[in-house]
Design a protein around this ligand. Structure first.
Ligand code: F6R
Length: 251
């Protein structure tokens, strides 16, 4: 794993956007795996800026998002479709047909899940998967205990995840209880992975990714089984990462 420590999230965004644009410039038909949440917001802003300055075009890019809440329509401000339109798609020259997010309103969720996997396969797989990480070590919405061999599936969200995401909703009761997420096996099939970790709250999760035993209780430890992971970590997260049994990672 490559790890790059940056001072703050603005620098993280610049570095992450650079890596994503590199793929968009070198691949004829780039396929990006995208994440939502607070962490990648500045990265999307950076990509929009670059696209508006003519540094990069999304014309030939296809995207697949990691996850979507079950029960929220695209028009709901908390749906991940809405997030992506608002943060990225509305501001760049991407063809909407090439943007894919699981449909949390699908009548037949099983068919939706199968179709999603099929679409990724037909696109030739994901060139670069962008990831954030939950404080509990989740990637996508693969919560602790998810078997490493899962593919796209429906998951019951952990209470800690619902609490963390309640900041976007009027109350925790409005946070959906389930989501569709790409599975760990599906995520690990991406050719490259770019993991962003920001803030002291993520220190423990970072320490697990770097030093923890690879285990299903901490889904992100599965990333150590992938040959091409780049992590961009801010100082706050890095300083808060403690090696089990030691003072800190810098000792
Ligand atoms: C979002 C996703 C999640 C988030 C994680 C961190 O699509 O898959 O795994 O990356 O919950 O969220 P933030 O960045 O809000 O701390």
């Amino acid at each position: 794993m490559n790890i790059k420590v940056v001072d703050h999230s603005a620098e993280m965004a610049v570095e992450a956007a650079k890596i994503m644009m590199e793929i968009m410039k070198t691949e004829e038909a780039p396929v990006l795996g995208l994440a939502t949440g607070g962490t990648p917001e500045t990265t999307y802003r950076e990509l929009v800026k670059a696209a508006n300055e003519g540094q990069v075009s999304f014309k030939n890019t296809t995207t697949f998002n990691l996850d979507e809440y079950v029960g929220l329509p695209a028009s709901d401000q908390n749906s991940y479709r809405y997030y992506m339109e608002d943060r990225l798609f509305n501001h760049v020259d991407i063809d909407r047909e090439n943007t894919h997010i699981p449909d949390g309103m699908a009548e037949d969720i099983d068919a939706e899940i199968k179709a999603y996997e099929e679409k990724i396969k037909n696109a030739g797989g994901i060139d670069l998967q962008l990831l954030g990480i939950g404080t509990n070590g989740h990637i996508g919405f693969n919560e602790p205990g998810t078997p490493f061999n899962t593919r796209t599936h429906v998951i019951a969200l952990d209470e800690s995840t619902r609490e963390a995401n309640a900041r976007y909703f009027a109350s925790i009761d409005e946070v959906p209880t389930h989501a569709i997420t790409m599975g760990i096996e599906s995520i690990l099939e991406a050719k490259k992975i770019l993991l962003l970790i920001s803030g002291a709250k993520k220190g423990q999760a970072l320490a697990e990714v770097l030093y923890g035993t690879i285990r299903e209780d901490v889904p992100a430890t599965a990333l150590r089984n992938h040959p091409d992971v780049t992590m961009i970590v801010d100082q706050e997260a890095y300083a808060a990462a403690k090696v089990p049994g030691e003072e800190d990672v810098h000792a």
